[in-house]
Design a protein around this ligand. Structure first.
Ligand SMILES: Cc1cc2nc3c(=O)[nH]c(=O)nc-3n(C[C@H](O)[C@H](O)[C@H](O)COP(=O)(O)OP(=O)(O)OC[C@H]3O[C@@H](n4cnc5c(N)ncnc54)[C@H](O)[C@@H]3O)c2cc1C
Length: 200
């Protein structure tokens, strides 16, 4: 066992790093938040293919099989990465790495929420004064409900306080580059965030 070498993420890059480190004689532990390797590919639509030729898209030490065709399909690429990871030490399904999350993980969820909110307030002050709304659900409740983790980090808090990020009221719909809101005039957005969803 060699827990001192830890790789975060079992995508192509993490697995390539694990391969190289194993080759150098160590046995790294690969931590992956999703329940399987190649998570970013599993999340994509079924007809996706690599847009780079098989010959230029393989991991170190293992070519993509010829039967996958010149531009492998998503499922073939996932199967290839799955096979590539065989024998590697993987810990799937998420491991808390943040000190606060590690400390809180055995507490009831409402205490986790309250503590996370208190820590955020201590770190960044009252962001409500700058228009950042208090979310209805606490962060740990939300994470359990739909897997989404809302992260308020230092850079965001600074930008909000400096007025470089401006909070807009609830978005009703997108209309080309403009955003329609029930309470405000149409606005042009320079940044949008959307959750990816696989079609049913
Ligand atoms: C639609 C699309 C098509 C593409 N097509 C091609 C192509 O044809 N050819 C090509 O060469 N490249 C292509 N790419 C680029 C693609 O991003 C890379 O090929 C590859 O997936 C990137 O690998 P990665 O390991 O760096 O990142 P990812 O594949 O995103 O893997 C990162 C992994 O880390 C995990 N992770 C992240 N944070 C944590 C955490 N805190 N704790 C634990 N785990 C964590 C994630 O769950 C994920 O599994 C494409 C990308 C997209 C989006």
């Amino acid at each position: 066992m060699d827990d001192r070498v830890v790789i975060v993420g079992a995508g192509p890059a993490g697995l390539a790093a694990a391969w190289a480190i194993r080759r150098a004689g160590r046995d790294p532990l690969v931590l992956e938040q999703a329940d399987a390797v190649a998570a970013s590919w599993r999340d994509r639509h079924d007809h996706l293919r690599l847009n780079t030729h098989r010959a230029f898209s393989h991991q170190p030490g293992a070519r993509i099989p010829r039967r996958c065709g010149p531009y492998p399909a998503r499922d073939d690429y996932i199967a290839y990465l799955q096979e590539y990871s065989a024998g590697m030490r993987l810990r799937l399904g998420g491991v808390p790495l943040h000190p606060v999350s590690i400390t809180l993980r055995r507490l009831p969820v409402r205490w986790q929420d309250a503590t996370a909110r208190a820590v955020q307030r201590l770190a960044f002050g009252d962001l409500g004064r700058f228009g950042y709304p208090r979310p209805e659900l606490g962060p740990f409740t939300r994470q359990r409900a739909d897997g989404v983790t809302i992260a308020v980090d230092d850079g965001f808090a600074r930008a909000l306080k400096a007025g470089r990020v401006v909070m807009k009221p609830g978005i009703d719909r997108f209309d080309g580059p403009a955003v329609r809101s029930p309470t405000a005039r149409p606005a042009m957005l320079s940044v949008r965030t959307c959750r990816r969803r696989r079609p049913a």
